[in-house]
Design a protein around this ligand. Structure first.
Ligand SMILES: [Zn+2]
Length: 427
């Protein structure tokens, strides 16, 4: 199916390419959070030229915010000529570290074989560019639309979103009175709708021991051996239970439909020495061992249960194992988020995918979290999805790229969704 709006979006192909390249060429690395000001200035000029009213908002005193690395965000709003719903496109502007293995300039925005290359091309500057082109084309086509379109560029999604969407939600920018529909153009593929994500719980566990001479370990108490017992309990009891749980959430890939837990670090005993250390290892029994666990959980699992499963296991060891002492420090937690399939934004985008691509959408949920959590929990706005161009597996990889045709198709789906949500009904 081809509509006048789709023809107009096709006509903006060169503009879309240029915009995506311009965004990639601003290296917004996080950490530490570079160039948020520069990318907000760029978006500010662009969106003001297209008739948006803009607000630049610094998330003062959020994690990482400093005079050197200020957490700048932009919200741009364009009101129609009559009252109606507000559709908000939210994109994070930060990108992760470059890493090794690149064969192109990570901030060059080079084009080859119909793809644009660069760190953040897919996650998610391509999605941001698609939403801007969709909104601009829609406004040109229907200057008398009703309601409003908002486009935000926000900081720090890659480090939790506290200086970005969380901050804006805390300051009322995502309240259901103000915003009715949210689309986050994360790279979930142009024919998929992402309804939400699993939860996460992060904690550090320390086992305690007693220092003694390494030649007489029986005079001390080895904290590493206690940690070995903890990991053994995880292997024996917790992992099989978690693997057996299956969620009704449409999480991809398949393995993430179960509960998972990663042990992301372990350290015990004397400090790790630097490469130029010339001494010998200390002859000591370690009095401390620490691990960090990264537990991802399903919408069917309450956070209390997730927590209790680990503490029950540790308490069990305290009863059965001589001199077992531990400390558990919770580092962070994020609840799962899941938008209903019958929510208006879901039904609208689903129909738009059918209209543009001639096929029914696939519904998915993300194994990891993204900014939907803040819109849902802080903003209390449930009508939110992730929908955007790009392949999720490409995110954070070397030679990251975004397909130009995929961006155009996604922009058409976003444009068709605006037609449904912001044009007066025909009947
Ligand atoms: Zn992302």
């Amino acid at each position: 199916m081809t509509t006048p709006l789709m023809v107009r979006i096709d006509g903006k192909r060169d503009d879309l390419i240029q915009l995506t390249q311009d965004l990639i060429r601003i290296p917004t690395l996080n950490p530490p959070g570079e160039n948020y000001g520069a990318i907000c200035d760029f978006l500010n000029k662009r969106l003001q030229t297209s008739g948006f009213e803009t607000q630049l908002i610094r998330a003062f005193d959020t994690p990482g915010d400093s005079e050197r690395y200020p957490r700048w965000n932009i919200i741009a709003r364009r009101d129609g000529t009559s009252l109606g719903d507000c559709v908000h496109f939210n994109s994070h502007t930060d990108v992760v570290e470059v890493g090794s293995g690149w064969t192109v300039d990570p901030f060059g925005g080079e084009i080859a074989d119909g793809n644009i290359y660069g760190r953040g091309a897919c996650d998610m500057k391509g999605g941001l560019a698609s939403s801007i082109i969709a909104a601009e084309a829609f406004i040109e086509q229907y200057p008398d639309f009703s309601g409003a379109i908002e486009i935000s560029g926000t900081a720090d999604e890659e480090s939790g979103g506290y200086g970005g969407v969380a901050y804006l939600a805390e300051h009322g920018h995502f309240s259901p009175e103000k915003v009715q529909h949210v689309i986050i153009p994360e790279p979930l593929q142009k024919d998929r709708i992402c309804l939400g994500h699993r939860g996460g719980w992060w904690a550090e566990i320390e086992t305690k021991g007693e220092i003694a001479h390494g030649s007489m370990p029986f005079l001390g108490d080895c904290a590493v051996r206690h940690m070995g017992a903890v990991i053994h309990e995880f292997e024996d009891k917790l992992f099989p239970i978690m693997a057996a749980r299956r969620t009704d959430m449409p999480v991809v890939p398949e393995g993430a439909k179960s509960s998972t837990m990663n042990i992301n670090s372990i350290h015990g005993g004397q400090k790790e020495q630097s490469d130029d250390f010339t001494g010998l290892p200390a002859h000591c029994v370690p009095d401390s061992c620490r691990i960090v666990i990264d537990r991802r959980f399903l919408v069917e699992e309450p956070l209390d249960q997730v927590r209790n499963e680990v503490t029950d296991l540790l308490e069990g060891l305290r009863e059965t194992r001589t001199d077992f002492e531990y400390e558990l420090t919770e580092l962070n937690s994020v609840l799962p988020s899941m938008t209903d399939k019958t929510a208006p934004v879901v039904e609208t985008v689903a129909q738009a995918i059918e209209d543009v691509m001639g096929k029914a959408p696939e519904y998915v949920a993300s194994p990891g979290t993204y900014d939907q959590k803040h819109i849902d929990r802080i903003g209390k706005l449930k009508n939110c999805i992730a929908y955007g161009p790009g392949i999720l597996e490409m995110a954070h990889k070397p030679d990251e790229y975004i397909g130009i045709n995929d961006m155009l198709d996604s922009a058409k789906v976003m444009g068709a969704s605006l037609e449904t949500l912001l044009l007066p009904r025909k009947n």
